[in-house]
Write a protein that binds this ligand. Structure first.
Ligand SMILES: [Ca+2]
Length: 409
């Protein structure tokens, strides 16, 4: 892998000071304390006027990034993380301790297509990263080839982080993309050690090829592969559709529109935020073999057909909200830290357009509505959330290029 125009020697010596002063980002409006329902219609700004002060704020802990879209903490190295910039750069961030400024340096530069929703979109450390130095990327290569999603395997041992470039070990999977939007972006390892890949429906609008329900397509699906198998990748023996004719064996779940960000909670539950089309954004709790409904349904409502759509065998979201609340959901994480004890075990996520932030109590069973509390509305363009080893939560602001930590207000 070529490093690009900078050259590695220059990069290694270039340590960029990314933050000189702490900046606090407070909510723009007062949130409700009583929460929203699964329909998302009971909470409005007007209903929130008399509610108490917001209980959370964001503290800027690093800045200076261009369109950041992913933040992954380095295993075994508290205070060290990788940030992805959509136009094709990965940067190593060392968070300042005790008020010291954070620092960042260039780790990798990739030639990617970065128009629309394309770019360098996802990074996942191997569960045994400290032993094998491996990590995985989701990007859209700019190499003269077809428009596609590429899942690749790289190596950069922990002790070489910040002092040497990573090496491309192999390309695992390439998926052709018909349009420039809805190409997913997240890669994450489950507690089972398998790699999960969130794939959007391939784009345009209203899923014109019905990829979400087409089981012969990898688009509009959650995929699950075994990266510890060579050559190529392996298929976990309990993947739900193995051996079925005209069904791709990599599929773990179907019926997704664009699961831009998803995560596994400490109990191993796979929670995905699926970006909506015209009316509803949704949070899904996904299990093996699920069909989440797109494009038959958008949230808990018919989409195509608009009336009388089938519901049997489709798993409903655990939360949805309408256009009055936001326009593009960004999935987060279940909080587990010490800064906000009252927030523990709740799934915190936001909206990229409205800047609203919610905390969702996960329901007892998937497909049932969970109870969400609107935590506030912030001047932040949420592009991703991250959880550190202590369970504390961070957000990325796409527009301002900053990393923010969730704090009590
Ligand atoms: Ca759905």
């Amino acid at each position: 892998m070529r490093l690009g125009v900078w050259g590695w020697a220059a990069v290694a010596t270039l340590l960029v000071l990314v933050l000189a002063a702490r900046v606090v980002v407070r909510p723009e409006s007062t949130p409700t304390a009583s929460g929203t329902t699964a329909s998302g219609t009971s909470a409005s700004d007007t209903a929130a006027r008399d509610e108490p002060r917001p209980r959370v704020r964001f503290e800027t802990v690093a800045t200076g990034f261009r369109e950041p879209v992913d933040l992954q903490f380095v295993p075994g190295a508290p205070g060290l993380a990788v940030v992805l910039e959509k136009p094709g750069r990965a940067k190593l961030v060392r968070f300042g301790q005790g008020g010291a400024p954070s620092e960042s340096s260039l780790l990798l530069e990739l030639p990617v297509r970065s128009s629309s929703e394309l770019g360098l979109l996802g990074w996942a450390f191997h569960p045994r990263y400290l032993e094998n130095g491996r990590f995985y990327l989701n990007d859209n290569p700019r190499d003269g080839g077809a428009l596609r999603t590429r899942i690749s395997e790289w190596t950069l041992p922990r002790e070489q982080l910040g002092s040497g470039p990573p090496a491309l070990r192999r390309v695992l999977l390439e998926i052709e993309q018909p349009f420039q939007n809805h190409d997913g972006g997240q890669v994450a390892f489950g507690p089972d050690g398998y790699l999960y890949i969130g794939m959007g429906d391939g784009g345009s609008r209203a899923d014109p090829h019905d990829n979400g329900q087409d089981m012969s397509s990898l688009l509009g699906k959650m995929l699950r592969i075994d990266v510890d198998s060579e050559p190529g990748y392996g298929l976990p023996p309990d993947n739900p559709f193995l051996g079925q004719p005209n069904v791709r064996p990599e599929i773990w779940a179907a019926g997704l529109r664009n699961p831009w960000r998803f995560s596994f909670d400490p109990r191993g539950r796979l929670i995905a935020a699926d970006v909506g089309q015209d009316r509803f954004e949704e949070v899904d709790w996904i299990a093996k073999g699920d069909n989440l409904g797109w494009r038959l349904r958008e949230g808990t409502h018919c989409f195509l057909p608009a009336v009388g759509c089938p519901t049997e065998g489709l798993i409903e979201p655990i939360f949805e909200y309408g256009r009055e609340q936001g326009q593009s959901i960004t999935g987060g994480h279940v909080y587990g830290g010490d800064r906000l004890p009252w927030l523990r075990d709740r799934y915190v996520f936001g909206d990229h357009v409205s800047g609203r932030l919610w905390a969702l109590e996960l329901p007892a069973r998937r497909g049932e509505p969970g109870r969400a509390e609107l935590l506030g509305r912030f001047p932040i363009q949420f592009s991703a959330f991250a959880r550190d080893t202590k369970g504390e939560l961070y957000a990325l602001d796409f527009a301002r290029g900053s990393i923010l930590r969730l704090d009590p207000s």
